[in-house]
Design a protein around this ligand. Structure first.
Ligand code: PMP
Length: 322
């Protein structure tokens, strides 16, 4: 689908996968006016193909567009476009447990222009690719490096929206973590480098002394759809959930006094990912003996149960592709 100032968003179409031809002066190349979403289609044992809360991706894309000065796409049009692409060939959605069709909607600024300005032309595309199980050999806890040199987001910036620039700024820290033997980076806040924010591609939860704590999104943390769903499930099950700033020192102290019970990340790709180890400066916390904890396991079983149609979904969480 294309946007021009005179026609607005127009010409939605499904075309064969092929390179996109852009002018070398297209604004996306120079000023990074682009953004994306990440979601999945799942096949149930009964053969149905379904999406998990696609309206929430549409709402998040709308706020990302607003922050990046891109004209909004109505949420219903977004969901219809995703459904239309998946419906072209439902056999695209693999059948084995844990597999899915990964869907990547994105918007790019296409106007050719060397001055800094918001583009007057855009392309919105959706591509998709079958993806294997995130845990082919069972759930494997991730080891996490707490970054205290660089920051991912600062108040007033773009940390709470899904634009490529956030990820470009995170690559150096990701490389550093990998070199040191860690799978992902846990970011601290951009002002004091004191409060935990989120992991590379996941939101993060800490169970400390019976309370499940996670950072507020507060303009700097991506409001994950898995995060939102976990908070709703946990509250429904009666767990105390605290969405409030959490100093990394409190996490490390909880490890020392034995009250750091579970840590897990949440995101579309990994669903729920137990954290087995947290490395902060010269200290390393090994969580629950490096094994998945009971709340993490229950969330994983429930969310995958809903996504693969084994468990009833709360109202509005599942959209079937006809
Ligand atoms: N934070 C970041 C930085 C991410 O890239 C993602 C993945 N989209 C998440 C959190 C989790 O969001 P969601 O649950 O919507 O996939």
């Amino acid at each position: 689908m294309d946007y021009t100032a005179d026609k607005g968003w127009h010409d939605p179409r499904v075309v064969p996968y092929a390179p996109i031809v852009l002018d070398p002066a297209a604004l996306v190349f120079h000023y990074a006016q682009e953004c994306f979403e990440g979601m999945k289609a799942y096949r149930t044992a009964a053969g149905r193909v379904q999406l998990f809360r696609p309206d929430k991706n549409g709402e998040r894309l709308r706020s990302t567009h607003e922050r990046l000065c891109i004209p909004p796409i109505p949420v219903d049009d977004f969901v219809q476009a995703v459904k239309a692409l998946v419906a072209v060939d439902k056999d695209w959605v693999p059948a084995e447990e844990g597999t899915s069709l990964y869907i990547r909607p994105f918007t790019i600024a296409t106007e050719a222009q060397l001055g800094v300005k918001a583009s007057s032309a855009y392309q919105f595309c959706i591509i998709a690719s079958p993806s294997g199980s995130y845990y082919p050999t069972g759930i494997d806890p991730v080891r996490i490096y707490v970054e205290d040199e660089y920051v991912r987001a600062a108040p007033g910036g773009t940390g709470a929206v899904k634009c490529g620039g956030n990820y470009a700024a995170s690559l150096l820290s990701g490389e550093k973590a990998h070199r040191l033997g860690y799978g992902q980076v846990l970011w601290l806040d951009g002002v004091e480098r004191r409060y935990v924010e989120e992991v590379g591609s996941m939101n993060c939860f800490f169970k400390i002394g019976g309370v499940i704590r996670t950072a507020p999104t507060a303009g700097t943390v991506l409001p994950g759809i898995t995060r939102m769903s976990c908070i709703e499930l946990l509250e429904g099950w009666g767990y105390p959930v605290s969405v409030a700033p959490l100093p990394i020192e409190d996490v490390m102290r909880a490890d020392e006094d034995g009250t750091l019970e579970e840590v897990f990340g949440t995101g579309t790709a990994a669903v729920i990912s137990p954290v087995g180890e947290l490395k902060y400066r010269d200290r390393a916390a090994v969580i629950n003996g490096g094994r998945i904890g009971p709340v993490t396991q229950r969330l994983y079983d429930t969310l995958t149960g809903i996504q693969y149609g084994r468990l009833p979904a709360p109202q509005g969480w599942i959209t079937e592709v006809e």
